[in-house]
Design a protein. Structure first.
Length: 381
């Protein structure tokens, strides 16, 4: 009888925490701000989930469960199971029920196959780019502070070393390599010659920034998301200097970025809009219109491909690669498709590169002790 009682108690919700007056004030202000967002044209699935996270961070467990259930009702693919903010709820019957519903609603979709592996431990590869002319991949390391160059067969060499944390990488129209590089002292855009890896130039800002991912226009303009400052910087091919794209542009947790093929639209992943559309000529911005049940949260890698956006989402929803088909004007999402989800080899997915109708991406960014595996996913239906 005692064992049965203990087992039953183990599955009860923990007692909600009592917040100090100062913490309670901040907590309630954050909740009020988030709940107001639900009245605006934002990514409602992500905001609803953020409210659940806020209740959990404040130790208010029944409310956290309540809002998790609300997020599931949106049928947007939410998956709270890996989220550490819900650690104290794991093992409770209430959270187990939410977890099981989330998993049932997001079954695996497996279409990727192994492309090649980088036979080097602890690379923690974040960014990947593909040079169509040389048919070479460039992969950045956040831990070994370098960029490696690889063939499609996985033959790799050091391309540029002595860097900081290398995040986004892109190939310019002239075949040179650009990378977002970060140290404790500065963040910058670094420009490298090919094949030598010689640093041609760099554009930097001081502390308080994290340059994350970048996009390059046909004429040579460079756009880069600044995650910490919550904005977008750019280098014009005519002005040749680094500056904010728009002084008043605020994109919380700005991350993935992509440019339309015609160079007119810039797409930036951020909170709470999910995706912001920026008109490059006028700098005007708007949240992208999308179906209510489509979650655009936690988009890391973002690429433009044949009138659609290819997105890696590694949080809020069950980790996935999605395709968002755009309307003719590029301001809304007309349809979507899950290209890949819950692949058994995944251990952290971040960004990808498109090559000849395939999407190449790292499968195991978080695996410190194993070679980095690059998978490829077919994009053409």
């Amino acid at each position: 009888m005692r064992l049965l009682l203990l087992a039953a108690l183990a599955f009860q919700l923990p007692t909600s925490e009592t917040l100090s007056p100062t913490d309670a004030k901040e907590f309630n202000a954050e909740l009020q701000n988030l709940k107001k967002m639900l009245d605006a044209p934002v990514d409602h699935a992500t905001v609803t989930y953020a409210i659940a996270r806020t209740y959990a961070a404040g130790g208010q467990w029944p409310e956290a469960i309540e809002w998790l259930n609300k997020s599931l009702l949106l049928e947007a693919g939410i998956d709270p199971a890996p989220d550490k903010v819900f650690q104290k709820l794991r093992g409770t019957s209430e959270f187990n029920e939410v977890r099981d519903k989330a998993h049932a609603a997001t079954p695996p979709v497996i279409r990727s196959k192994i492309a090649f592996s980088v036979d080097e431990d602890d690379l923690s590869a974040e960014g990947i780019a593909y040079d169509t002319h040389q048919q070479r991949f460039y992969i950045g390391s956040t831990t070994k502070h370098k960029i490696v160059e690889c063939s499609a067969a996985g033959e790799c060499r050091a391309f540029a070393e002595g860097l900081g944390e290398v995040l986004g990488i892109k190939i310019a129209p002239d075949g040179t390599v650009w990378a977002a590089n970060n140290t404790e002292e500065e963040s910058g855009l670094f420009h490298f010659a090919v094949p030598s890896g010689k640093l041609l130039r760099k554009y930097t800002v001081g502390k308080g920034h994290v340059f994350n991912d970048l996009a390059i226009a046909a004429q040579g303009d460079i756009f880069v998301t600044d995650t910490r400052a919550g904005t977008v910087y750019w280098v014009s091919h005519t002005a040749n200097r680094l500056e904010p794209l728009r002084a008043d542009l605020r994109e919380v947790n700005a991350n993935g970025i992509a440019l339309s093929d015609d160079g007119r639209k810039l797409y930036v992943s951020a909170f709470p809009d999910g995706l912001t559309v920026i008109d490059v000529a006028t700098r005007a911005s708007r949240p992208i219109a999308h179906p209510e049940n489509l979650c655009l949260g936690a988009i890391d890698g973002l690429s433009f491909y044949k009138g659609s956006l290819i997105a890696i989402q590694n949080g809020v929803v069950a980790d996935r690669i999605a395709r968002f088909d755009l309307s003719p004007d590029g301001n809304s999402i007309a349809g979507s498709q899950i290209l890949e989800r819950r692949h058994p080899q995944w251990d952290g997915i971040t960004t990808g590169a498109i090559a000849a109708g395939w999407y190449y991406y790292m499968a195991n960014v978080d695996a410190k002790a194993h070679p980095t595996t690059v998978l490829k996913l077919p994009l053409d239906r």
